[in-house]
Design a binder for this molecule. Structure first.
Ligand code: ADP
Ligand code: ADP
Length: 226
């Protein structure tokens, strides 16, 4: 696990779009940070800069003690969960869960143990031999989370992971993420536009507006400010 430091980070897209403006966030080891704010405020851009999917225009991001501006996404020791699941359709659940570890040449016994543990945690044991198309939306999202968990990353990055699910499933998956958070205690940055999700999950909320931090604090403090 690791702390994450976002120091004076800016993103300027071509065409002079200032998407993120000198943002500072010190994220403690094990802290769950939720980024909220109106569409276009820069949440996704900020998350993608931490992930390494978007170049940082100014400032620096540190994961653990390491400045990662020039480090490849795959070398950052983070795992990202997307709203579109990003599962491999031709692979079974078992193969989807194991894929990232196989790529990293993890020994087979270790892969089997981690996949079994993740499947147990996420109630996927009965579905291990199915392909994604034979799963419900909630089950697919569990597999996507399982793929992140088996890696045992220093941090999780979530990009609106529940926004494709219907309202009822969102509530139950919200509870599930909360449970995993308690159990694993992994540093997390979670982007959502769902206020209840933000309230339920956040140790600290960061409200972005036009690329800048408007408020930062415990959920009750932030949402009770007039
Ligand atoms: P959010 O995730 O909060 O909806 P984004 O980070 O997606 O916001 O976008 C922030 C701003 O940057 C918006 O004005 C958006 O139009 C702009 N933007 C996002 N991606 C690009 C891109 N690849 N090129 C140019 N502008 C972009
Ligand atoms: P690995 O398990 O080695 O991370 P992946 O195939 O999961 O390999 O992802 C490779 C890279 O592509 C990662 O940096 C990941 O963050 C990014 N990536 C994977 N799926 C998506 C997606 N749906 N949208 C954007 N980026 C993605």
């Amino acid at each position: 696990m690791a702390a994450i430091e976002i120091n004076q980070v800016s993103k300027i897209y071509t065409g002079d779009v200032h998407a993120v403006k000198s943002v500072n966030i010190d994220i403690q080891d094990g802290e769950f940070i939720v980024l909220v704010g109106p569409s276009g405020c820069g949440k996704s851009t900020l998350l993608r800069m931490v992930a390494g999917l978007e170049e940082i225009s100014k400032g620096e991001v540190k994961i653990g003690k390491r400045v990662v501006n020039r480090v490849d996404p795959a070398e950052r020791d983070i795992a990202m969960v997307f709203q579109n699941y990003a599962l491999y359709p031709h692979m079974t659940v078992n193969e989807n869960l194991a894929y990232g570890l196989r790529n990293r040449k993890t020994p087979k016994a270790e892969i089997d143990a981690r996949v079994a543990e993740a499947a147990r945690m996420l109630q996927l044991e009965a579905y291990l031999e199915r392909k994604p198309r034979a799963l419900s939306g909630g089950q697919r999202q569990r597999v996507a989370m399982g793929r992140a968990i088996v890696r045992k990353p220093a941090a999780f990055l979530f990009d609106e992971p529940l926004s494709n699910l219907d309202a009822k499933l969102r509530v139950s998956m919200r509870g599930e993420i909360k449970r995993l958070q308690h159990r694993l205690g992994t540093t997390s940055i979670y982007v959502t536009h769902d206020q209840l999700e933000a309230m339920t999950l956040a140790d600290r909320l960061v409200v972005l507006n036009r690329g800048e931090i408007e408020q930062i604090g415990a959920p009750l403090d932030v949402y009770h400010t007039p």
